[in-house]
Design a protein around this ligand. Structure first.
Ligand code: CIR
Length: 265
């Protein structure tokens, strides 16, 4: 197995903080329960570690209620990392806090500068390109800045669009393998996955589109039996993890980690 888009030796995750009750949410469907969130998070980290990857678990950061959703603050690629510029004002500072941790893995770290915005949740890295959805958090200027930042790392950056009312591009899709994307129908109808094989989430189970391929596993939220059965039949090695508390804050499987293989020195 050598696909750079889902073969990883490392991940970084951050414990949920007590301040998570103040986390951003589109609709209030209840306050997340910290103990249950911590239990789900521990299961998630255990699933990552079960593949043999080294997972650095950062302490909770009370100053940033949404900092458990660490994916939004950086993009880690084989040759270097890019520190994002989150579009949510309460999350802007998360990027600088993460930079020193990234520096322990990467010598080449690039940044997205003001006035542009881009969040990791809008970025889907496939084997051949980086798809970035414009959204309420990611601007066309941010995507252009990412294109410039990664130009010499061998990736093509393609601008696509996150559906109206959907938080991030990856809220509605995930990479399953080199050729295959799991997507909601409301996203794939835009035509953004032309050239890929698309598997759709089952009707009524759109909330499980945010899964991750991590080495041999596809890690997806528990509670979506029709989609799980479809993926199981398609031959994927599924690991289900509870996500009810993160979901109250519009978070899913991808947001909870940065997944990467740092360049060897
Ligand atoms: C936010 O609104 O920023 C958080 N409550 C959820 C972020 C989810 N992140 C992601 O999908 N990458």
């Amino acid at each position: 197995m050598s696909a750079r888009s889902y073969t990883f030796t490392h991940a970084i995750s951050r414990r949920p903080s007590k301040s998570i009750i103040d986390g951003l949410r589109a609709i209030d469907i209840g306050t997340p329960d910290l103990a249950l969130f911590e239990a789900h998070h521990a299961d998630y980290v255990a699933a990552l570690r079960s593949t043999g990857a080294k997972v650095e678990l950062l302490e909770a950061d009370e100053a940033y209620p949404d900092s458990v959703f660490i994916e939004d603050a950086a993009l880690c690629l084989p040759k270097g990392a890019v520190v994002m510029r989150p579009g949510a004002p309460s999350r802007l500072g998360e990027a600088a806090v993460l930079a020193p941790t990234l520096a322990s893995y990467y010598s080449d770290i690039r940044t997205i500068d003001a006035p542009d915005f881009i969040e990791g949740g809008d970025i889907l890295t496939t084997e051949r390109e980086i798809l970035v959805g414009t959204s309420a958090r990611t601007t066309t200027g941010g995507i252009e800045a990412l294109r410039r930042a990664t130009a010499d790392w061998g990736y093509t950056v393609r601008e696509v669009h996150t559906p109206e009312g959907v938080l991030h591009f990856k809220t509605d899709c995930s990479l399953l393998d080199e050729e295959t994307i799991l997507s909601t129908e409301r996203l794939s109808v835009s035509g953004c996955f032309e050239g890929y094989k698309v598997l759709h989430t089952a009707e009524g189970e759109e909330a499980c589109a945010n899964a991750i391929r991590f080495n041999e596993l596809v890690i997806m939220p528990a509670g979506f039996p029709k989609t799980a059965e479809m993926l199981d039949k398609a031959g994927y090695n599924l690991r289900l993890v509870g996500n009810t508390e993160a979901a109250k804050l519009d978070g899913g499987m991808s947001c909870l980690s940065l997944r990467f293989s740092p360049p060897v020195a």
